[in-house]
Design a protein around this ligand. Structure first.
Ligand SMILES: Nc1ncnc2c1ncn2[C@@H]1O[C@H](COP(=O)(O)OP(=O)(O)OP(=O)(O)O)[C@@H](O)[C@H]1O
Ligand SMILES: [Mg+2]
Length: 362
């Protein structure tokens, strides 16, 4: 997937930015506050239907404006089989997404139309934060390679919600609880199966990517399914019934899953330096991109915010050459042009200078 052109209207300080994107390396440099992250934010919005920074999309709309619009031409290989993708969000809260003019019904359709990977200063939370981010990371991968996963996930969420509502209700109707438990367990097991298979394949790529960076140690990814390994979910739910009723929520199941990330047998977040944690996050995301390419033959679009501030010179070079070999299009930002000059030397690329919300080539 490649963005060939990108039009941004009223996203943060970007009033009207129209760029012809390079199919491989795009560098956006400029002073603090010039609008570099906002450009990545606009692309992210197009591919995810949400902001990576703000829960409230109103904050992303330029001050004083009533709506934001981001649209792009997305090219697939072979060229000329692409489509026009667009999103619009009004201050009143209306969100619209379109593909070649036709309205999309869910953000899952956007995610499918534009497979994106984003890495910024907060990405270390993939290792150091709570399990939600690791589940989202895992589900991104499964979603892109298993058709029907998003439908399965929605059915699971619905069954979980119903069961939790019943648990919170107070007047416990055993038959209804058993009915929702019976609905939930096969869905949870199916999700677990997909995730396990995916993680097993991803581990191979993660090991390779981490080894490529050198010095990170032997990376190991294990799946915690959301309940004890030595019993079935039915048994785990039975064992958790009193607690579930007391807390008014379902305490075991696929919604509690996690990835246990270790390096040389020790939890990665405890073993690695801050810079190495970041490197491992790059390795994990590059591994996803490698797996995605292997399965679909397609590349994802990478957004790398403030790359020079995140990694040392040698590792920046490794990330860039990895992205090139995966044939990914990428957008990387930084304050100084000179930080990128030697990085992209001899490589096809496009530089954009961002100044006060205006992007110009060169
Ligand atoms: N809703 C908004 N409307 C207008 N401007 C906004 C809005 N939200 C943020 N801004 C401004 O947009 C500008 C660009 O922010 P952005 O984060 O894109 O800068 P940047 O180039 O990434 O800077 P840095 O190098 O410091 O990371 C900032 O000055 C910010 O205050
Ligand atoms: Mg920034």
């Amino acid at each position: 997937m490649i963005l060939s052109r990108l039009d941004i209207l009223q996203v943060r300080n970007l009033q009207d930015v129209r760029v012809v994107c390079h199919p491989e390396a795009n560098v956006i440099y400029g002073a603090n506050g010039s609008g570099k992250t906002s450009l990545l934010e606009a692309i992210y919005l197009l591919g995810r239907g949400r902001s990576f920074k703000h829960r409230d999309l109103r904050l992303v709309i330029s001050e004083g404006a009533t709506e934001l619009v981001v649209s792009a031409r997305v090219e697939r290989s072979p060229p000329k089989s692409g489509y026009q993708l667009g999103v619009k969000r009004t201050v009143a809260g209306k969100f619209e997404a379109r593909l070649d003019g036709a309205a999309l019904q869910s953000s899952a359709q956007l995610v499918e139309a534009l497979p994106l990977q984003m890495i910024d200063a907060h990405s270390f939370t993939l290792l150091e934060g709570g399990p939600l981010q690791r589940r989202q990371f895992l589900d991104w991968g499964v979603f892109h390679v298993e058709h029907g996963y998003s439908g399965l996930w929605k059915r699971f969420q619905k069954a979980l919600k119903q069961r939790n509502q019943l648990l919170r209700h107070g007047r416990m109707d055993q038959d209804s609880l058993s009915a929702w438990t019976a609905e939930l367990t096969p869905l949870s097991d199916e999700i677990t199966g997909y995730r396990r298979d995916y993680l097993a394949e991803l581990s191979r790529h993660a090991l390779e990517a981490a080894e490529g960076f050198g010095g990170l140690g032997k990376v190991q990814l294990d799946y915690y399914q959301g309940w004890r390994d030595d019993c079935s979910l039915v048994e785990a739910l039975e064992a958790s019934r009193v607690r579930d009723i007391a807390t008014g929520t379902t305490n075991v199941g696929a919604h509690k899953a996690d990835i246990i990330i270790k390096v040389d047998g020790v939890p990665a977040a405890e073993r690695l330096s801050r810079g190495q944690v970041k490197l491992l996050v790059y390795a994990l995301k590059l591994a996803q991109a490698a797996h995605f390419r292997e399965k679909t033959g397609r590349g994802c679009v990478f957004l790398l915010d403030d790359l020079p501030a995140e990694l040392d010179y040698q590792h920046r070079g490794q990330v860039v050459s990895c992205l090139n070999s995966l044939e990914c299009q990428y957008f990387m930002t930084g304050v100084d042009r000179k930080d990128f000059e030697s990085l992209v030397d001899g490589m096809a690329h496009q530089m954009f200078h961002m100044e006060h919300g205006v992007a110009s080539e060169g």
